[in-house]
Design a binder for this molecule. Sequence first.
Ligand code: FE2
Ligand code: FE2
Length: 288
Amino acid sequence: MNYQIDKIVNQIERLPTRNHVAFEVIQLCADPNSTVNQLKSIISSDQVLTSQILRIANSSYFNYPRTIHSIERAIVILGFNLIRDIAISIAIYSFYKGFRKSSVFDLRYVWRHALLSGIIGRTLGKKYDPENQSLFYVGCLLHDIGKLVESRTMNEDFDFLLEKSHQEGLRLDVVEKKFLNFHHGQVGGKLLEKWNLPEELVQMAIHHHDPSRIPSTARHGHAIRVAYLSNILAHYIQDGMKGLEAILQYDANFTRHFRFNEEEFQELITTVQEVVEENQVYFDILQV
Ligand SMILES: [Fe+2]
Ligand SMILES: [Fe+2]
């Protein structure tokens, strides 16, 4: 197959205006000093996003006794972090919905995987690096976005790669490297770079399948390790894997990157499963 990363990324046409708001929200998420007022003014500049957030704030899920009419009020009641993460999820969801499905490329599965990874990334951030929880949420939400680019630009060739990966029981990035000489992480990284998103998000996408290429002292090493671990834990939950052994089948290098013993690993899985259940609202709101 003869594809080049730059060429396929350039084929993704300019994004609709509405998504500029999404990018501003993403940038805000990457900045630990962002404020309620900044978030409010960005969301308010987008009618559709505003009405979707108000609809969610007024949904029976939150069971608030009075009608919430303004974004400011929604932020106060539901909390800055929840509104910010919901805003970004809605924005990215609208981007996902525009992409092609095929019998092999299951967009719903991919979107659920993105949300699960995001929630897990934020949980890991809460535990190990609280300042960067939102950055990790967004980085993990976006880590596989390169698959969308490939699906749209390579069409049947991408389906062929997916089928190969299913048939041979190999991860997609392994098959991609064999046939394309690059993988979806690099494609996603290039897209996020083109969108002028923060470097951590670019690096998380590029290296989410292999954190070993980054020296542990590297500036973005931490964020990359979060992306790597979140992706694996999301698969663990979504694909019904059982035990450390199942993870080693997915990635034989896992215990080289993270030195968990079986007990520590089970503890982590329990925490993550609890958090996923607590965050069911994301899956309800975003219909997955
Ligand atoms: Fe991936
Ligand atoms: Fe992934």
